[in-house]
Design a binder for this molecule. Sequence first.
Ligand SMILES: [Zn+2]
Length: 378
Amino acid sequence: METLTTLDVLRRHIAVLACVDETDALFVSCYLNLEQGETGYRKVLEDRISALRSTLEGDARVDFDTAMHQIEAYLAQKLRPGAKGVALFSRQFRGGAFFLPMQFAAPLPDWISVCATPNLFHLMALKDTYHRYVVLVATRARVRILEVNLGAAAVHAWTTQPELRERVGREWTKAHYESHRRERTSRFLKEQIELLDRLMAAGGHTHLILAGDPRLTGEIRRALPKSVASKLVDTIPAAGRDAQEGVVTATLSAFVEWEERDSQAVAARFVQGIRTQGRAVAGATACLDALRERRADTLLLTQNLLPEPGWRCSACCTVGIEHDTPIACPECGKNAVRPIDVAAELVRLAGQQDCPIEVVEHCDPLVALGGVGCLLRY
Ligand SMILES: [Zn+2]
């Protein structure tokens, strides 16, 4: 049985796809939404196959048929019941083939294209939305540290500590007991915070949610070291006996809300960066330059970005943003020029250097400036 793709695997696969060598053979990039099962995507898939096929001839058509055959075979046999989205990348030609399927607990749109390079937009957007984060649940009963992986809908318990009460002696008088208990609780929480710090640093985690008894989470929040406090997204009150499921569900909506605020904050930084000059650039040409010079911090794209026709020379990697593809490369003179979608090329470059992309829902200035922008590194 295939497994759902985790964020770490998604990252690795994006790097592979972004750097794969270009050949004369075409890549089929196929994203499907599985929420309604096969009936949901079947018609779109068949319409797209027929439209794409009619644009190809000779070897390219034979290779395309082989790629689609492989994709169909995978869809018929390998889909997991819990998968809501699938992404398949296939390139077939005599003497070598490439096939990379991924399944997600997150939905994807129905979207199929054929190009010399894989189209990574929806994968990068998924990476932007489906983070993993850490939850520390502190109740009177116990303290637990969980890792929530949205892309794989997986919750992994890192630690479960015994009851606080059990760790406190019973032979004390009540007053003595209270004071001792507070001290033991503080020491215990301190240990947990140190453990949390180590686990988050080791796992490269950048987001934390605290949940549980407000008095305990308050004490934990005040005791967090700076390195962890800066990663705190939200604190959620949860009753003592809440099941793990309930706590995780509560953290999910808090995380999604935080994501939306974060996306708006990135858009605001972009607008400010354009106004003050030097911190942000807009438009495909400036973004291409920023990415190639490795000055890009974040690539911003509007949600309904249309393909922008351009060309790329596979000999010297020059990219042009003109509707008409020149016969020979104006830079190196070689006949290695191919038409591309400049937006897809921007996403591919971002994928090569692990530059995050932010898909912005509402940002009129970004739309007015061509729908693409970059925050620059300082
Ligand atoms: Zn060239």
